[in-house]
Ligand binder design. Structure first.
Ligand code: AMP
Length: 417
């Protein structure tokens, strides 16, 4: 009997490496792993399979070692009989710049391009590149696919992605809005296309997790999104400021005798909910607010207003023709009072009424984890839908590997001029 085909999905962060081994074509999860604090003394990893969860301490000094540890664990625990059981590897890659609007098979040219885009993703790309190169060395001949976080947003019209800065900054330095969370926004768009039974969906997708972005989908394609050159722009997030007056950077450098790097780091890591409420996890912020903490309540109000601001902007960019507003990711899927607060702000203008019971039940996230939270007489549907970025990476990796197997030519790189 033929061995089931296994596919490995890898998501390398700046100091972490998440992986999942799937059995295809059922997309059955065999094992999840998460290596954390790579490069630190207290690095460790967790493995989850079935009901079991194991945590192991091990000094892991770089991403190549993390990859080797991952393969050792897969073999030792018999998740794979041999490394040749792995028929394809999908890598989440942060930045595809203007080069990639779809997922691609990684060859030498693609790897060079990903390296050249490191200046746009300096925190993530080095770990991602190390992950790709190690797996290429350890699994020679196995197709490896890059799935870019920016790719889905490449359909934005120029007036929506340009900044009004000297044009040469765009031409010579690539300064423009790229957008992120593209794999999540694409997944939700495809699910909504199925749900509504048409391709030309107009949506406002609110991906609200520790990172957060809203996308405007017109006729099934990305028309606008809130993150920019980097994920710092747009909404208030767990630790990111979202958009601010850029003069603050120079001002604070001078006032507090800080470098540009220090201020930029503070805007990414010490701002947002953390900056205002001293907590970056939304559950903690909610709990503090419920106990009467004014700063926590302020942080929630600011987050709510920043989401409302972009829903309003995209409602007008879609000329009011919106099929659905969709909430997804950790906060979007679970924080029912925040959703209720947002809908309260937009309901009169957009003729929406909240189905409170549905909002609370879906937020319970137990039996029913996806569905409409607006009443049937609302002009615009409001939905809650769990995102599944990993499934999208798996799907693209599997499809590209299957195409290769069938001896078709490798998918052409789609270049955007
Ligand atoms: P993500 O980045 O998508 O994993 O989302 C993480 C965020 O979701 C964190 O701020 C969590 O506090 C938030 N979150 C997760 N579960 C809940 C919940 N039940 N209620 C409110 N927020 C939640």
């Amino acid at each position: 009997m033929a061995e089931a085909e296994k596919f490995l999905i890898v998501n390398a962060g700046s100091s972490s490496l998440k992986f999942t081994l799937y059995e295809m074509p059922e997309a059955k999860v065999i094992v999840n792993g998460y290596v954390e604090k790579i490069g630190k003394d207290d690095s460790f990893y967790t493995l989850k399979f079935g009901e079991e969860k194991q945590e192991k301490r091990k000094a892991i000094s770089n991403h190549s070692q993390a990859v080797a540890t991952m393969l050792d664990e897969l073999l030792e625990n018999n998740f794979i009989g041999d490394i040749t059981d792995i028929k394809g590897v999908g890598h989440r890659v942060l930045h595809g710049g203007e080069i990639y609007s779809t997922s691609v098979l990684i060859d030498d040219e693609v790897l060079e391009n990903i390296k050249s885009l490191t200046k746009l993703g300096p925190l993530h790309h080095p770990g991602e590149i190390a992950g790709i190169e190690s797996l290429q060395a350890l699994l020679p001949g196995v197709p490896q696919v890059a799935v870019f976080d920016t790719a889905f947003h490449q359909t934005m019209p120029k007036e929506n992605y340009m900044y009004a800065v000297p044009y040469s900054w765009y031409e010579e330095n690539g300064v423009r809005k790229y957008g992120f969370h593209g794999t999540s926004h694409k997944y939700i768009t495809e699910q909504m296309q199925k749900y509504l039974g048409k391709d030309d969906v107009n949506l406002i997708i609110c991906h609200i997790g520790s990172g957060a972005s809203v996308s405007c989908i017109k006729d099934g394609l990305c028309y606008n999104t809130t993150m920019g050159l980097t994920p710092l722009d747009g909404l208030i997030m767990g630790t990111r400021s979202g958009n601010i007056d850029s003069s603050i950077i120079e001002y604070i450098c001078k006032e507090r005798n800080m470098s540009v790097e220090e201020v930029t780091s503070a805007l990414n890591k010490q701002s947002g909910l953390l900056g205002i409420a001293n907590k970056n996890d939304f559950r903690d912020v909610e709990q503090l607010a419920n106990e009467g903490d004014e700063k926590a309540q302020l942080a929630i109000d600011m987050l709510k207003d920043s989401i409302v601001k972009y829903i309003a902007q995209y409602y007008f960019q879609l000329h009011g023709k919106v099929d659905a507003i969709v909430f997804t990711a950790g906060i979007g899927e679970n924080a029912m009072s925040l959703r209720a607060g947002i809908i309260n702000e937009i309901k009169d203008v957009m003729s929406i009424s909240l189905d409170e019971e549905a909002n609370d039940t879906i937020a319970g996230f137990k039996e029913q984890n996806s569905g409409e939270i607006s009443t049937s007489d609302s002009k615009i549907r409001v939905m809650v839908m769990p995102t599944n970025e990993e499934y999208m990476i798996l799907k693209d990796t599997y499809e590209i590997s299957e195409q290769l197997k069938q001896n078709q030519t490798a998918p052409q790189l789609k270049k955007i001029s």
